[in-house]
Design a protein. Structure first.
Length: 163
């Protein structure tokens, strides 16, 4: 038997004042997208903004549905839209902003497992890391250097028979 240990580093900023201008702009786009989220059932609104290598920013927000599984998270809305509009342009960063109607979200909310897997597909496809910025309504901002950091032992196309 052999034990392994997985860990990763992330940066914590106490406010947007510590961010570089492009990161600040991306997070502001995620906040703006969050405000337009359709979340009548959970009251939990999420916005995502994707920065592409060509400088374009593509946004998305969570879209709930009375049939809960039919809804879609902000991160997947944004990354899929970026892939549809700019299919051959690399994703540099994704910013996520979360807020709730019933309480103040005072820390970053990480992406769900499905969103991590969807973003990981793009990271593997482009063979370069995608930075991730996360923030609640208040509190710190977390910056991760790659989607692979938050999804260790990820499933990818290398497991499929590509012959």
């Amino acid at each position: 038997m052999k034990k392994h240990h997985i860990q990763f580093e992330f940066t914590e900023c106490s406010s947007t004042a510590e961010l570089a201008a492009p990161d600040k702009r991306l997070l502001e786009a995620a906040i703006k997208a969050r405000k337009n989220a359709y979340a009548p059932y959970s009251g939990f609104k999420v916005g995502a903004a994707v920065l592409l290598e060509n400088g374009e920013i593509v946004v998305g927000n969570n879209q709930e549905n009375a049939s809960y599984p039919a809804g879609l998270c902000a991160e997947r809305v944004a990354i899929f839209q970026a892939g549809a509009i700019y299919p051959n342009v690399a994703v540099l960063s994704v910013a996520i902003s979360a807020a709730a109607e019933a309480h103040v979200v005072d820390r970053p909310a990480g992406p769900c497992g499905s969103c991590r897997q969807a973003m990981m597909e793009y990271e593997q496809k482009q063979n370069s890391p995608i930075r991730l910025l996360m923030q609640g309504e208040e509190g710190p901002i977390y910056i991760c250097n790659a989607i692979a950091d938050i999804l260790p032992l990820a499933f990818g196309n290398s497991f499929l028979d590509n012959s």
